[in-house]
Design a protein around this ligand. Sequence first.
Ligand code: LMR
Length: 397
Amino acid sequence: MLERLERLPTDPILGLMAAFRADQDPRKVDLGVGVYRDEHGNTPIVAAVRRAEQAVLARQTTKSYVAAAGNPGFNQAMQRLVLGEGHPALADDRVRTIQAPGGCGALRLGAELIRIAAPQSVVHVSTPTWANHIPLLSGSGLRLERYPYYDAASGDVQFASLVEHFERLPARSVVLLHASCHNPTGADLSEAQWRTLLELVKRRSLLPFIDIAYQGLGRGPAEDAFGIRLFCAELPEVAVAVSCSKNFGLYRERTGCLHVSLDSTRAADAALSQLVRIARSLYSMPPDHGAAIVLEILGDAGLREQWQDEVTGMRKRIAELRQSLVSSLARTCPARDFRFIARQRGLFSFLGVTTSQVHALRERHIYMTDDSRINVAGLRADNLEYFAQSVASVLQG
Ligand code: LMR
């Protein structure tokens, strides 16, 4: 039976990771998979994570199950991290959280919950959106449609077209929004645009499903959660998928959660009971280790401060790299304006070159996805010039 299965192409992002590893050329530059890299090109274990991990392991006396909803201390700490201390939805006791295997697990749990509540729901995702949003959400059986988002000519959000699209959506449509550090474009909604969307989402009775995978790496921990905090305070229903992969550097530990902020304690409790059932049927329980580390960090003033400093360091390095990249490209490609890269936030930007130019760059051992998404953190003082020269040479054809 199984021998008839067709072989599938590799995942566009993970396939690139494997191709980069196999490349033996010393000049190779990895701008593919979205992991933070330091000035040596490494993705080190965050120092606060290492300390917290040692404390967790020293104290741990059992590997017995925790719970389908995960570690309650982690879930509460993540509510406060994302929503902020004293958020009105927390004060009203109308937020519930389930720990999830990474942000991906949280997205899928949210999609399954929406499907159970309203199987005909359509989820509207930005054009473009992170490639894995599509299978993660549609795999639950929900239909997906697209809304305009990125204006390649300016490098900014096409906000008027987005608003026009949302104005036409039927009530109870689901809109998937990126809290900050939009993947793959780096173009974020401004605070004024979030406020405009709030009014629109409220008036049209849309359900916002917000993905936050880079809290702290854009403008700052509170700033990157601005839209979530606003929406959860003002709207009766919001779902939020949270990843700890990037800001805690816990990628392989698969650590994240899903918050649901609803209009009453009763509704929130009911949703959580459904989520627990969904998790039980998919994977039973989330992995514990990463969540235990995050809880240790967020619950200890010293560790928390150290972690915040490390996140600030990552954010500053990314912002500086963006500036340096714009300067280098201005020198090597004077005919083209790349200043939008410095206005964007987070790990990603589109370089804005064609797929064949992306392939020509790969010939020069520079790796990025076919849509020309670059992970800015993959650049370093010692490869920036090679990269900028290579872009110039492929643009000249
Ligand atoms: C990315 O966009 O490269 C990251 O979020 C990693 C992944 O799983 O795709």
